[in-house]
Design a protein around this ligand. Structure first.
Ligand code: 5RP
Length: 220
């Protein structure tokens, strides 16, 4: 199977996680795009979606799935999203698509985070994938200096502006032994909007697609 076929298998497995009549939290990315397309086949069973990006909103709307804002919902039973890396404790690096801040906001409201991935995303230690950090544009030079002090190799994502009008700095060269600590440390740098470590609020369920099928793992 190709990587995209594995992404699709994980995404379609997530449809079984959705509660009938509920509002679904929807992430961003190529794996989630398969989930949105699958969701469209259940659209009479879901009330609608809270989206984490303009791209996902557009795809959801094209399928006729009603979009809700966070001011319209009390709770989201399930949030479904992909990841760039996920470790054994279900901590993740996200933000390869640059939607990390809204993803983190919608995930924070959700009762359960269901992560959908192909098997290549499962790692022992986070950090081989460059860690995205969303920054207020005027703060980018200062944030860059702070990251160098922390031992990372920051690289501004060129030609990219987030849905919130900010920049992304991708940090290379990290081996992240303490994801919760680093997530908190990075968020304390002035000018950082958020970083792509999803450790304080990691995934609850992982649907991992490999050659043998989709394995459902639940966080201890
Ligand atoms: C976007 C994300 C995505 O979930 C992550 O980049 C994985 O993307 P894909 O499903 O395309 O591999 O965090 O901000």
């Amino acid at each position: 199977m190709t990587q995209d076929e594995l992404k699709k298998a994980a995404a379609l497995a997530a449809l079984d996680e959705i509660e009938a009549g509920s509002i679904v939290g929807v992430g961003t990315g190529s794996t989630v795009n398969h989930f949105i397309d699958g969701l469209a086949t259940l659209s009479d069973r879901v009330r609608g979606a809270v989206s984490s990006s303009e791209a996902s909103s557009k795809r959801l709307a094209a399928h006729g799935i009603r979009l809700f804002g966070l001011d319209e919902v009390d709770e989201i039973p399930v949030y479904v999203d992909g990841a760039d890396e996920i470790d054994g404790n279900f901590c993740m690096i996200k933000g390869g698509g640059g939607a990390l801040t809204r993803e983190k906001i919608v995930a924070a409201v959700a009762r359960r985070f269901v992560c959908i991935c192909d098997a290549s995303k499962k790692v022992a230690t986070l950090g081989r994938f460059p860690l995205p950090i969303e920054v207020i544009p005027m703060a980018a030079p200062q944030v860059t200096r702070e990251i160098v002090r922390l031992g990372g190799r920051p690289q501004l994502r060129t030609g990219f502006v987030t849905d919130n009008g900010n920049l992304i700095i991708d940090v290379h060269g990290l081996s992240i032994s303490d994801p919760v600590g680093l997530e908190e440390r990075l968020n304390q740098i002035v000018g950082v909007v958020t970083n792509g470590l999803f450790a304080r609020r990691g995934a609850d369920v992982l649907l991992l697609a490999g050659a043998g099928g989709v394995e459902r793992q639940v966080r201890d």
